[in-house]
Design a protein around this ligand. Structure first.
Ligand code: SAM
Ligand code: MD0
Ligand code: SF4
Length: 368
């Protein structure tokens, strides 16, 4: 592809709007944009679509990484088993509930309960599953907020139980839909098993979040292929994060990439999937990564972490946590300076309910 200018972006967007579809070659061009004014043209289009769908509302997710133990060895992850450098902890149910309540009081719209694939929950049979189900119901009861679970791959039979305990969302990211690359990242965790877990979650009535990672040597073709797969999954929330190299891991020596591609992808996702939720994660570049991702069309701030609970992030395990910059109080004025605001809690809950209803309906039709 030759160097694309603003006029090229205008032409692509005009054709997309006129025909209602976009070619792989056009998507490749958008994903790979480098020229500042061409990218601004793309971002402006993404913001217009976000405003049409969501007005000035932005949602905020509280993040509780309640166990950093993991049975897996993903090559990109700081919390892979046998990384002696990573911080390991497992919070009690009481501590987790306390952190969730503090997040609710600070004004988040949802609690995201994340863990490594901790054997304490996932490899000790029914006793472990019951602990996880109990944890979800305790957080639901104490906060009455929508709850997302990010526990890794769990048995299909557990998903309806987690749903019944109060989980609304199941987050599980494929990272890439290029199998060759996937296999290098998540050794010993078959692509199809991970994919099917998301399908099982949707059948259990959970909303699904799907995600990609950039900066791992993928080509623009790989990304376009992944975007198409993501759109076909019909996930309710879709994300992309730039890989952050981690000490003590096999990919720790990769050259860190800037977030250019991540932000191009956020904008393209907004145009491909206009009415879906798209995170601006504070877990990649910390609190200062907020504005550029919102300007690219994101509408959810994720990885808001209570400052004093000793909890970790994922890609940035410590950045901006202890000093309270990854908080609602930290984020709110920055959104307002952009002419946006945090939505009313009821507006978020209504979005989730409407989407849950639409999903149930779609499954009834599919099985009719
Ligand atoms: N253990 C669960 C799983 O793997 O699905 C949930 C937590 S996992 C740490 C959540 C996500 O964080 C991963 O799917 C990946 O997208 C992202 N992630 C992990 N390490 C990362 C890194 N070094 N840089 C960027 N993103 C990372
Ligand atoms: C984030 N660190 O939102 C979190 C995490 C898991 N559902 C989310 C990757 O950036
Ligand atoms: Fe474990 Fe998730 Fe990290 Fe993989 S990405 S090592 S499953 S915590």
């Amino acid at each position: 592809m030759t160097y694309a200018h603003r006029s090229d972006v205008r032409a692509i967007l005009a054709a997309w709007e006129a025909t209602g579809s976009v070619t792989d070659a056009q998507l490749r061009t958008l994903v790979d944009l480098t020229d500042a004014s061409a990218r601004e043209e793309l971002f402006r289009a993404a913001r217009r679509v976000r405003e049409r769908e969501f007005g000035k509302d932005i949602f905020a997710y509280g993040f509780v990484y309640f166990s950093t133990y993991c049975r897996n060895a993903c090559r990109f992850c700081y919390f892979r088993k046998a990384n002696p450098e990573s911080m390991r902890y497992r919070r009690t149910e009481e501590e987790t509930v306390r952190a969730a309540v503090a997040l609710k009081e600070s004004g988040v719209h949802l609690i995201d309960l994340t863990m490594g694939e901790d054997p304490y929950f996932l490899s000790s049979g029914e006793a472990g599953y019951a602990r996880l189900v109990h944890l979800v119901s305790a957080v639901k009861e104490a906060t009455q907020l929508p709850v997302m679970i990010s526990p890794g791959v769990v048995p299909a039979e557990l998903l309806p139980r987690l749903r019944a305990a109060g989980a609304d969302w199941y987050a599980l990211y494929q990272e890439t839909h290029t199998r060759r690359l996937y296999e290098k990242l998540r050794e010993g965790q078959p692509y199809d098993v991970r994919w099917k877990a998301k399908c099982a979650a949707a059948r259990a009535g959970l909303l699904v979040e799907e995600g990609l990672m950039t900066g791992l040597g993928e080509t623009a073709d790989d990304l376009v292929h992944s975007l198409r797969a993501m759109a076909a999954l019909d996930a309710s929330q879709v994300r992309v994060m730039t890989f952050v190299p981690q000490a003590g891991t096999p990919l720790g020596g990769l050259v860190p990439q800037d977030s250019r591609r991540e932000r191009n992808l956020i904008a393209v996702m907004r145009l491909l999937m206009p009415d879906r939720l798209i995170p601006a994660s504070l877990d990649v570049e910390g609190a200062d990564g907020l504005e550029s991702r919102i300007e690219a069309g994101a509408n959810v701030v994720t990885s808001i972490i209570p400052p004093d609970a000793g909890l970790a992030g994922v890609a940035q395990s410590e950045m901006d946590i202890g000093d309270g910059r990854r908080t609602v109080a930290g984020v709110r004025p920055r959104l307002e300076a952009m002419g946006l605001h945090l939505a009313e809690p009821a507006a978020y809950a209504a979005w989730v309910q409407a989407r849950e209803g639409a999903q149930t309906h779609a499954h009834e039709e599919a099985s009719a």
